[in-house]
Design a protein around this ligand. Sequence first.
Ligand code: AMP
Length: 252
Amino acid sequence: MNETIKNDRAAWLQGPPAECSAVPPERKNPWRLVLLGAPGVGKGTQAELLTERLGACHLSTGDVFRAAGKRRDCDQSPAMKAAMEYMRRGDLVPDSTVWEMVRERSHCILHCGGFILDGFPRTLGQAESLKELMEKDKIALSAVVNYELPVDEIVQRLSGRRTCEKCKSVFNVKERPPKVEAVCDHCGGRLLQREDDRPESVAVRLEAYERSTAPLIKFYKNLGLLMPIVAQGSPDEILVRTMDKMDQLENL
Ligand code: AMP
C-alpha cells in the first residue's frame, strides 16, 4: 500500500474532535463512490482494495458502529446503545441515528480527497440526505457500484465469514480458509464470527436489505449513476471488473 495515502480513519471511526491523517491524492476529480449490494457480497473487501488503488477514504458506517460498541458503557450515548441493539439483531439502525453520526463526520465526505462509502446509504431517506449534503457543497458522486450475487451464495459467504480480532483481515472457512484453523495468516490473531453473521441475524439482515436498501438500485439508476458488477469470483477478479468499468466511465 502506498504509504502517502495510509489513513488510520480516526476522524471517521471516532468522530470529532479526532483529526484526519488522510493525505488527499493529487487528482482533480477524486473518486466519490457508493458501494451497494446485499450483506456478504464483499463490499468491505472491495472497499479496502479500491481504497489502496484510488487513495480515497474507506467510510464504512458498520465500522463506526462496531468501534462505538467497543467503548466503555459510560462513554456510549443512549442513541449509540440503542443502535448496538439493532445491530445485534441484524436490523437497520434508525435513519435519525445514522444521519446524526454521518453528519458529525461530514468533513470526511465533503473535504477529503475522495471516498468510498460502504454500507451507507442504506435507505432512500439516507440517500436523499447524502444527495442534499453533497449538492450544498457542489460536489457529486462519481458512480454507485452495485455488487450482484445470488442469494444462496450470499448466505454461504456470510455464514463462513471470519474476521481477525486484531488486524480485521477477513477470511472464509470455505472460500478463503486461513492456513491454520481459526488463526489469522497475517498477525496470528484469533478469527471470530461477527455476532450479526449468525444464522438468525443473517435472515433479518437479508430481509432488511430487500425491504430498505434494494430500492436504492432504482434511485441511483434513475440518476444515471448505477454501475452493476457481478460479485462472483475472487476479490482480485471482482476488483479488476470494477476498475475496468471505472476506466470506461472515465474515458466516456
Ligand atoms: P455492515 O458492516 O455494513 O454490514 O453493518 C453492520 C450493521 O450496522 C448493520 O446490520 C446495521 O445494523 C448497522 N448499520 C450500518 N450501516 C447502517 C446504515 N447506513 N443504516 C442503518 N444501519 C446501519
